[in-house]
Design a protein around this ligand. Structure first.
Ligand code: SPV
Ligand code: MG
Length: 433
């Protein structure tokens, strides 16, 4: 009997999958790969059902000889071990990022020799499949599912990659951008609702001037069109008496975490450093704020992350470490350490020293200034979450400004057209219900 292999990356078996299986049966015995959670979240979206359930689901399909655990998006290992005669897949992998997978499979089959072949079957994407797909996305976006996802990702990812969002549109970029680079697939895991960018988008300074109602409105806009978890920049958290209400609201909305910084009074953006007057809170006060927030939270999912400004305010490493341990003791679910130095040395020193005494508590960093360090290097020093806090806003502004300048210069829009998103693409970017 010939061997036919296909790989499924799905939460539901629908007519499209059954069609592939039925086609496959015509060629030989059918082996089906099921992508692990780790691989699925890099390639597709967060699984709506567990890996074990997905395996059982595939096993139950009539005509499946064996289920194979596929740990990598690329098929090298499976093809090397199974040596299939055919690999069958929907023909949607002939274009887009998935084309790299098909090209690789083609190469692997050729290397194995013989008459090994790819079978492309017409991809099924009818109204019924569309409805199933939309339903899964709706489920992933529901507060009770979305809220816990950050904690789930902390277990699945070596480092949780988070990108700034401040609107539905930036949310869509965070949600949908997937790249294939040198055979590796990747996408962002989570979204950061930055106070700097939320304020900047409204033409306001980052001084806690944009009120919570407006910040929540931004979260809502993002949530309406995305499924990924949200980390909210809570600035100082305000008065403890107010912070407890913020925690309740965020938790109810389905936000996964709030990060509050240990400053008081008129907060200014940390990237000003000591160029502007900023007051750091006492350890005691800030611990009380953390503890009050933890006390009112209703689920085990939500996280309160304490952000330490000691390095920004040049108060020294010892102060930063003392605060980190105190904040964890007060109940913080994570520590964010910030720096505005170009050199990541002080951040790494903090991480190493903190990790020497605390192996568990997640560490969050925002490498806006120390941007030469890679995610892998940060992970090696015990960092769990990396936040790209402002790059979308900073890239959009010069592009928009240049377009405005050029339209003024040429008295028409023709000269800028080649750098614009085609009208048909902007229309198809937004999905209608
Ligand atoms: C933000 O994005 O608003 C932050 C990070 O708080 S930073 O701007 O670096 O302070
Ligand atoms: Mg901020």
């Amino acid at each position: 009997m010939k061997k036919v292999y296909t790989c499924f990356c799905t939460d539901v078996i629908h007519e499209g999958h059954l069609n592939i299986i039925n086609e496959a049966k015509k060629y030989g015995e059918v082996y089906v790969g099921v992508l692990t959670d780790e691989a699925m979240i890099r390639f597709n979206r967060f699984p709506a059902v567990s890996f074990e359930e997905r395996v059982e689901m595939v096993k139950a399909i009539e005509g499946v000889k064996e289920v194979i655990v596929q740990r990598e998006i690329m098929y090298d290992k499976v093809i090397g071990e199974l040596k299939p005669d055919y690999v069958i897949h929907g023909d949607n992998w002939k274009s887009g990022t998935m084309k790299a997978i098909r090209d690789n499979v083609e190469k692997l089959l050729k290397e194995l020799g013989g008459d090994r072949q790819i079978i492309d079957v017409p991809y099924t994407y009818n109204e019924n499949v569309k409805r199933i797909d939309a339903k899964i996305k709706e489920k992933l976006a529901m507060p009770e599912y979305r809220r816990k996802r950050l904690r789930q990702l902390l277990k699945l990812r070596p480092i949780v990659k988070t990108i700034e969002v401040h609107s539905g549109l930036t949310g869509l970029i965070a949600e949908k951008t997937v790249v294939e680079h040198n055979g590796e697939f990747d996408q962002f895991d989570a979204m950061w609702v930055s106070s700097l960018c939320d304020s900047t988008a409204k033409g306001k300074p980052d001084i806690e001037l944009v009120d919570m109602t407006s910040r929540f409105r931004t979260i809502d806009d993002v949530m309406e069109v995305t499924t990924k978890p949200i980390i909210f920049d809570g600035d100082t958290g305000g008065l403890t008496e107010h912070f407890v209400y913020t925690v309740r609201s965020l938790e109810r909305m389905g936000v996964s975490a709030v990060i509050i910084e240990d400053k008081t009074g008129l907060k200014k953006n940390s990237l000003f450093g000591t160029e502007v007057a900023q007051t750091q809170d006492t350890i005691e006060n800030f611990c009380e704020k953390i503890a009050a927030g933890k006390k009112v939270q209703l689920t085990d999912d939500f996280m309160i992350v304490a952000r330490i400004e000691s390095l920004i305010l040049e108060r020294g490493m010892e102060d930063a470490l003392e605060r980190a341990h105190a904040y964890v003791k007060a109940g913080a679910d994570g520590i964010m350490i910030h720096s505005r130095k170009k050199d990541p040395a002080e951040i790494l020193e903090f991480c190493d020293k903190f990790r020497a005494d605390n192996k568990q508590t997640p560490i969050v960093v925002v490498p806006s200034s120390f941007n030469t360090i890679t995610e892998a290097e940060l992970a090696e020093h015990g960092v769990n979450i990396v936040i790209y806090a402002n790059q979308l806003t900073r890239s959009a502004f010069p592009a928009m400004e240049q377009t405005a300048k050029d339209i003024l210069k040429y008295h028409r829009a023709h000269e800028v057209d080649s750098r614009l998103l085609p009208i048909k693409d902007i229309i198809s970017l937004i999905e209608e219900l």
